[in-house]
Design a protein around this ligand. Structure first.
Ligand code: GLN
Length: 229
């Protein structure tokens, strides 16, 4: 049995939980349970964890105030349990985040990358793009469908700090040029921008799979969690 937690301090945790349930159904598995994590006791019962998108400064502040931050570091870096962060979660799992005007925030770390927060600019520069993500397995019946990438004040990897970091996708995996609003993102976002990376047990993505109805990444990640034992 595998118990997966979703960090529920702030951000899109409900959305992640809904997709986890959908993914488990698609995998035809009842071998999972999913819980919201707000305390270190809850974290201690988990075999794997998702850190949702939201606001990384807020998540980090609440975690620090509730003594969860050290426990999260231990979970990710000492116990090396599978942990997946989306957007703000990706920032928190990075070793470094570039400083912002208001100053930095405390990070959990685990992924030896430096991320650039709000890489594409402000809220109004948020955009959606169809992505062909190589790690999503091709269906046995029918065609490969793109995955809708929702980028909201998204970070990208500015620098890979370690050889062990695997780049899973860049904006070269973008298969469309659709824009949600008028924005600079197309010009400021180079096609080489890293939007998904993994190092051992730690996985980060710039966009928000939890803001789609598409459970394919959750399904893939759950099978990776199972494979890691
Ligand atoms: N830019 C936000 C941050 O720094 C992340 C945005 C998001 O998760 N949608 O936390």
């Amino acid at each position: 049995h595998i118990r997966v937690g979703v960090l529920a301090l702030q951000g899109g945790f409900h959305e992640h939980l809904a997709l986890l349930h959908q993914a488990a159904q698609r995998l035809k598995s009842t071998d999972f349970s999913f819980i919201q994590v707000r305390t270190s006791d809850q974290l201690a019962t988990c075999d794997a964890l998702i850190i949702p998108g939201g606001e990384s400064t807020t998540i980090s502040l609440i975690a620090a105030q509730t003594d969860l931050l050290e426990k999260l570091r231990d979970f990710v870096k000492v116990q090396k349990k599978p942990t997946w962060g989306t957007c703000a979660g990706f920032i928190l799992l990075s070793q470094r985040a570039n400083a912002t005007k208001k100053g930095g925030q405390e990070l959990i770390g685990g992924l030896d990358v430096c991320v650039h927060r709000n890489h594409f600019g402000r809220q109004i520069e948020s955009f959606e793009a169809d992505l062909d993500l190589p790690f999503i397995p091709s269906p046995t019946d029918g065609e490969r469908r793109p995955f809708r990438g929702v980028f909201i004040r998204a970070p990208v990897v500015e620098e890979v700090l370690e050889g062990g970091v695997e780049v899973l996708a860049t904006l070269e995996n973008r298969v469309d040029r659709m824009r949600a609003g008028q924005s600079q993102a197309q010009t400021t976002g180079g096609s080489g921008d890293i939007i998904a990376a993994r190092q051992g047990n730690v996985l980060g993505m710039s966009f928000h799979p939890e803001l789609t109805q598409d459970a394919r990444i959750h399904e893939w990640w759950l099978s990776e969690v199972v494979a890691r034992g």
